[in-house]
Design a protein around this ligand. Structure first.
Ligand code: SF4
Ligand code: SF4
Length: 81
């Protein structure tokens, strides 16, 4: 069954746990640039943008480690119908 990530960006603290977890899991490197998700601070208002790459596997590992409940993964079920 297809799954997709759901975000609540207002909850994001910018801790980058999600990004590091992905980078270590899939590239075996402690390098944020090697992650399928990037967290970027908006300097205007201090909020964070969470950007998933097209290569994201929707595995949910980043959501599992997010301490703020900002990320979750849901079954997209019948293809959005
Ligand atoms: S869902 Fe999986 S592949 Fe996608 S960013 Fe999160 S840990 Fe990486
Ligand atoms: S783990 Fe959650 S709170 Fe931390 S940067 Fe990622 S989305 Fe934001």
């Amino acid at each position: 069954m297809a799954r997709r990530m759901v975000m609540a960006p207002k909850k994001c603290t910018g801790c980058t746990s999600c990004s590091l977890t992905c980078a270590i899991t899939y590239n075996n490197e402690f390098d944020l640039k090697k992650s399928h998700v990037q967290v970027k601070k908006n300097d205007l208002d201090g909020t964070f943008n969470i950007i998933f790459s097209s290569t994201c596997l929707s595995c949910g590992k980043c959501a599992e480690v997010c301490p703020s409940g900002c990320l979750s993964i849901i079954d997209s079920g019948n293809g959005g119908k």
